[in-house]
Structure formats: C-alpha cells, structure tokens
Design a protein around this ligand. Structure first.
Ligand code: MN
Length: 403
C-alpha cells in the first residue's frame, strides 16, 4: 500500500507536497544492547497511543509542507535512517513507538517497520496499520492508492474491518475482506492499486499492510496474487490465533512465504494468561491492532510494537479484553537489502533501473493496471543525491553504525 511519491494527477500532487511533513515520534537514543539475554528495555513513551482509534497527534510534531525532507516517514527515508539490525542474541521485550506516515492527503498510517530501531523481523520488512477510521460514501481517500509498482517482495493485506478493492497488472480484481488474507507476490515486478470500498461492512476501515522480502533465489520469480480462504485458527490456552501466513503450533495457513515465517492475529480466549507455542529459531514482534498485551511485565499498546528477540519456545502474555495483536516472526533474514519507495532490491543500481522502467510507462516488467477506473498512476519520486545503502545484520557485539 505504501505509495509515497508524486503522481501524475493534481489530486496526488497535493499528496506529494505533503510528503515529508511528519516527524519521527520515537526516542532516537540508542538503547543498550546487552549481550546477556534476556534483556528488558522500553524505548519511547509507553501507552502513547490509546486504543481509541485516534491517531496519536499530541506526541507528534507536525511540520509544514515543504520543510526539511530528511525527516520524511516515507519508506525510503525511514530505511535510509535505519542501521543494520543486530544479530539475535536471545530474548528481549523491547517496545518502540510507531511513526506516522501519510499515504494520501487525508490518510495517515502508523508505521512500525521499517523503523530506525528495528529494520526487519524475519523477512517482514514493512508494517503499516491503518484505522480504525470511519469510511463515508464517496470517501475514497480513506484508502486510495492508485496503480504503482513493486519488486522483490510479497504484500500481505489483513483487514479487521472494511473492504478494499485490489486490482493488478495480471488483470485481477479482488475484494479483500476481514479474515481472508490477500498475498501478492511481486517477484521481478507487478503493478497494483488499492481502493477502499465505501459502504462495506459497518463503515469502518481497519487493517494492516505488511511486506515480506523475497530471498535471492525467489526475488525474480513470476508475479502472483492469491486471496486465501478464511485463515485457520489455533486454539491455544487463553488465546485464539488466526494463522494467515506460515505455521503456528501445528496450524498451517494457506499462505506460505519463501523463507520460514509466521503471521497470526491473536485475540483473547477465556480468562487468564495466554500461552502460545513459538519456533525458537524465529525472532518475533507483537503489533497490537487494538487493545494491549503484556509480556514479562512490559506492556505494548496500539501504536507500538514489542520486539521479542529469538530463543522462545513459547510466549506467555496477558491480553486486554479487546486485544487484537499481530504476531509476526521468522528466521532472521540473512541478506542485505535496499528498500526505496515500493521497491525491495539489493543495490542502488537495481532501484534506479526499476524506477526508470516504471516511470517510462508500459514496461512489461510491471505491466499496467489497465482496468483501473481512471488513468491515475503513481510516479516514483526522484532518487536522493546519495547512493542508497544496503542494510543487513551485524553481530550484536559490533558497534552500530549511525551513518
Ligand atoms: Mn502496494
């Protein structure tokens, strides 16, 4: 869904002007990274965001359009501020705050990945939460992302409420609805659009847009889109988990990634603490869509994420009654990647080529969303004056580069 950047139409020009206007809300001081697991640290202010559905404006400094672009929360700019992720070194419960990002003139999202303090979790490389927000008839801007390209990734669309129309350059039109995950594999290249369908559901839009980086062996594969059957449930002690990608506790989703991975939505079941089985080789993160969760005395709420580290055979957590929490995990992604705009690549030159091919129009690498109802199309913004730097993982004992 990320679509930062100018478009060819006036409506989106306003949007382009508003890029780079939102400041990073989280504390940027480096937390101590102990080599002795487990560690417990909390970064940023806890409970900054309540589960009210209101965006956390109070804690955000809003900049005027046209001000310093270096603090833009576009994927490219956030990724440029990321450092390498340290190698996993055990369990932790590290909380960080979302940053606000604008995806259209009146639509803001809470962005958890990439984040200056956590670049990736497994192959998960992008986590945006949107809503809950009301959708009125004619309010296409609640989510209006005109045709744009992707490379080197899979998009995972998970809705709590509302309905989104997906169209792509394979000719697909699909209605993404709550409980059924939509997985689009960009492979070497695809173009797609996403538009909210007003009047659907109870007039509320609420969901998550996630990206999975494809490994080297799969990143040039053919494009694909699958709207899966309703996600299977894991009935665990105190929790119900809808497994929408990979496997959890022996429950296997219809959607499988190309690296060992899990994506599930956890809600409370009955009274008392919840217990979930985990794969110890995976690193995990909890991302509340609503409510809150507490692990080892540390709480995480809507608008935050809690990185859990690796080496967990299971997870005991206390969920608030209204909790709806994403559990995302996977084997730490070993390869260095570059993320810029809607592209996941390996080098600056690859990004430059993809950008030029898309902006030229009509390139078979991406195709066009020919059945989009208007001729709107998002153009890739200008590249920065410096070369994009691949980021990867460094041993936890190595000093972190803040270049
Ligand atoms: Mn997209």
């Amino acid at each position: 869904m990320e679509a930062d950047g100018p478009t060819t139409r006036s409506r989106s020009e306003a949007y382009a002007e508003c890029q780079g206007v939102l400041a990073h809300t989280s504390a940027t001081t480096a937390a101590p990274r102990s080599s002795a697991p487990p560690t417990v640290s909390v970064r940023g202010s806890e409970a900054t965001y309540r589960a009210s559905g209101q965006l956390p404006r109070a804690s955000t400094r809003r900049r005027r359009c046209g001000s310093i672009p270096s603090m833009s929360n576009s994927v490219a700019d956030v990724y440029a501020r990321c450092t390498d992720d340290p190698e996993g070194h055990g369990r932790e419960t590290t909380v960080f705050d979302a940053i606000l990002a604008k995806i259209s003139p009146r639509s803001e999202v809470l962005r958890l990945l990439p984040h200056r303090e956590r670049r990736m979790v497994g192959a998960w490389c992008f986590v945006d939460l949107y809503g809950p927000r009301p959708v009125k008839p004619g309010d296409g801007d609640a989510m209006h992302v005109a045709p744009h390209p992707h490379t080197g990734l899979q998009t995972v669309s998970w809705l709590v409420a509302g309905e989104v129309t997906h169209r792509d350059s394979m000719g697909t039109t699909a209605q993404v609805v709550p409980g059924r995950v939509a997985v689009m594999t960009a492979g070497d290249g695809i173009a797609h659009s996403e538009d909210v369908r007003p009047g659907a559901d109870d007039g509320v839009l609420h969901g998550a847009q996630l990206w999975i980086a494809l490994p080297e062996s799969e990143r040039h594969r053919a494009r694909d889109f699958v709207l899966h059957a309703p996600a299977p449930f894991l009935e665990a002690d105190g929790a119900l988990a809808r497994v929408f990608v990979g496997s959890l506790g022996g429950v296997t989703a219809g959607a499988q990634a190309y690296t060992p991975l899990v994506g599930a939505e956890v809600t409370r079941r009955g009274e008392g603490s919840a217990r979930l089985p985990l794969e110890p080789a995976y690193e995990h993160v909890l991302v509340p869509l609503a409510g809150s969760a507490t692990v080892e005395g540390t709480s995480v709420g809507h608008g935050q994420a809690m990185y859990l580290g690796v080496d967990r055979l299971g997870l005991e957590l206390d969920l608030s009654p209204d909790a709806r929490v994403l559990l995302l995990g996977g084997e730490p992604f070993a390869e260095e990647i570059v993320m810029w705009w809607n592209f996941v690549a390996r080098t600056h030159d690859e990004v430059e080529q993809a950008r030029a091919q898309w902006n030229a129009g009509g390139d078979p690498r991406f195709g066009e969303v020919e059945h989009y109802p208007t001729d709107e199309r998002l153009a890739a913004p200008a590249l920065p004056n410096v070369r994009l730097q691949p980021r990867g993982r460094v041993p936890s004992s190595a000093p972190r580069s803040d270049s």
